[in-house]
Ligand binder design. Structure first.
Ligand code: CA
Length: 228
């Protein structure tokens, strides 16, 4: 099975550098130099496992591409390449539906490790038929589906992995490191902040009132807990 990765980057040097290294790491790489082309390439390759999206582009920006991919039902991994370092921009990127971000200038080894971590997340072969029920939630591990009161909730792969971790640990406080290693992989080098932002996004999808969560509870100074 070929593992496809889409690279959207308008600077040709950076793009070809990424393409060479990802190919060397065993990926089939689809590339685009602008957001419009990236979406067109995605339509031809909806089986891409991870999209690497540069933010600053001549046409529509990377955030818009990210938002569009998610709106079209893409559930795979998305990593934003950002030149900005402000916390608020990182949060903006993740709230549009990205799983992770890498700030330029980045090391290609680090980026490849992040791609590998997301791809491992997509590997759900040999999953036993298992359903976890908690309150109004019904998580079907084989069908990879979450239902709340019988209605399907659309989740990205990372959000699904978070829900699985929470629902398998009902009533137990989980710290950020534990969530990061369980969802993103043990050797993951990203910041703990991505845990918080992904949870913020997940709450919008699963809570009745996201501003006052009653399922994913914040355990102050520690992490999060699933109340169910
Ligand atoms: Ca750029």
């Amino acid at each position: 099975m070929s593992k496809k990765v889409l690279v959207l980057e308008d600077e040709e040097n950076i793009r070809s550098f990424l393409v060479i290294n990802l190919k060397r790491a065993g990926y089939e790489v689809i590339q685009a130099g602008c957001g419009e082309d990236a979406l067109a390439e995605y339509h031809k390759n909806t089986d891409v496992l991870v999209c690497i999206l540069d933010v600053m582009l001549p046409g529509i920006d990377g955030y818009e591409v990210c938002r569009t991919l998610r709106a079209e039902g893409y559930e795979g991994g998305i990593i934003m390449l950002t030149a900005r370092v402000q916390e608020s921009d990182k949060v903006t990127g993740l709230m549009t539906g990205a799983d992770d971000y890498v700030t330029k200038p980045f090391s290609v080894a680090e980026l490849t490790a992040r791609v590998d971590a997301l791809v491992r997340r997509m590997g759900f072969h040999n999953v036993a038929a298992e359903v976890i029920q908690s309150g109004p939630f019904h998580l079907d591990l084989r069908a990879r589906e979450l239902r709340k009161n019988g209605r399907r909730v659309d989740l990205t792969q990372v959000e699904f992995a978070l829900m699985k971790t929470f629902m398998q640990n009902k009533g137990r406080a989980l710290d950020r490191e534990e969530l990061l290693s369980s969802v993103w992989g043990r050797d993951y080098s990203g910041e703990l902040k991505i845990v918080d932002v992904n949870i913020r996004r997940l709450r919008i999808k699963v809570e009745d009132v996201p501003a006052s969560p009653k399922y994913i509870i914040t355990v102050r100074g520690f992490g999060y807990m699933w109340e169910g």
